[in-house]
Design a protein around this ligand. Structure first.
Ligand SMILES: NC(=O)c1ccc[n+]([C@@H]2O[C@H](COP(=O)([O-])OP(=O)(O)OC[C@H]3O[C@@H](n4cnc5c(N)ncnc54)[C@H](OP(=O)(O)O)[C@@H]3O)[C@@H](O)[C@H]2O)c1
Length: 275
């Protein structure tokens, strides 16, 4: 194994330096390791991290030396709920265009409260959190998803349409694709989505997964909206956890190859520093 040392740069403006204690991989880490997606040297790996503030720039107002992220929860718990929750919020607010007022007004009734939302890949980390945030804002079923279909079923698209299609209107005016795979989700959703539907696809769209012999093929152009558009307020996250809308996971540390083989309903984490 080769180790690379890079100098620690002094913090300027509103920058903060965090001593990372725990990290959790997302599929982007895999795509970077397998296919170099969005890698521009010098590149630092790792996307979701939790740790302790060790230096702040002169313009920083809300953090100081020694601060931990989200007091009241262990860093180990919190790291399971950062980037994926931001992604879920961005998808709902920026891509689907649904308002996410915060603090949520008393008795809030969302627009399109009775509209059906299709979440493809609801067992994924982003899918679970998208359901949690929709539930928070009063979309449909109080227990989360109203009906669950198995994506492996060859008749899954027909089953959706048989159950929900009424007349010419789109059966699902709002669709979230939490998988972003040409063969695994996009091809099916193409048949489900009709005129007037808004679809948010998690990027990248995967045309081909990496194999032992072949490099993966991705596209960052889903011809739809961008999941990473801004507009998320991080101060929402502590309340979501405290009020029980989302629950931090606690799972044992595992290696990236476990992630490569596929995880279901779990979030991998690992310790980045023993100090
Ligand atoms: N995590 C983030 O913060 C983040 C940020 C931006 C974009 N994204 C993108 O969003 C997508 C999901 O990320 P994630 O972190 O939520 O992934 P994840 O938790 O690793 O997703 C794994 C889940 O996806 C399900 N799945 C796999 N193939 C499927 C298919 N063809 N149809 C339906 N479900 C399928 C699996 O279900 P089974 O076990 O039943 O097979 C498994 O439960 C990725 O494409 C990622 O690049 C993620």
């Amino acid at each position: 194994m080769r180790s690379i040392n890079t100098p620690t740069i002094s913090q300027e403006y509103d920058e903060i330096l965090i001593h990372v204690k725990w990290t959790a991989p997302t599929p982007l880490d895999l795509h970077q390791a397998d296919g170099g997606l969005l890698v521009e040297p010098p590149h630092r790996t790792g996307s979701t991290s939790a740790g302790i503030v060790v230096e702040v720039g002169p313009d920083v107002k809300h953090f100081s030396f020694g601060d931990r992220i989200l007091d009241g929860f262990s860093l180990e718990q919190v790291v399971t709920l950062l980037e994926n929750l931001v992604t879920a919020f961005n998808t709902i607010s920026a891509d689907l265009g649904l308002p996410t007022p915060w603090p949520k007004p008393e008795g809030y009734v969302p627009p399109r409260a009775k509209g059906k939302v299709l979440i493809w890949g609801a067992s994924s980390s982003v899918g679970q959190l998208t359901i949690a945030v929709l539930k928070l804002y009063g979309y449909r079923h109080s227990k989360g998803a109203e009906e669950v279909f198995d994506y492996r079923s060859p008749s899954v698209v027909d089953d959706f349409l048989k159950t929900y299609q009424e007349g010419d209107a789109s059966a699902f005016p709002l669709i979230v694709d939490c998988v972003g795979s040409q063969a695994g989700s996009v091809d099916a959703l193409f048949k489900v989505a009709q005129s007037g539907a808004t679809i948010a696809i998690m990027l990248p769209v995967i045309f081909m997964h990496a194999t032992e012999e072949e490099a993966p093929e991705y596209s960052m152009d889903a011809n739809t909206s961008a999941p990473w558009a801004g507009g998320v307020s991080l101060e929402i996250i502590p309340s979501l956890i405290a009020d029980g809308y989302v629950t931090p996971d606690r799972f044992p540390t595992k290696a990236l190859d476990s992630f490569w083989k596929g995880m279901s309903g779990k979030k991998l984490i690992w310790r980045a520093s023993e100090e």
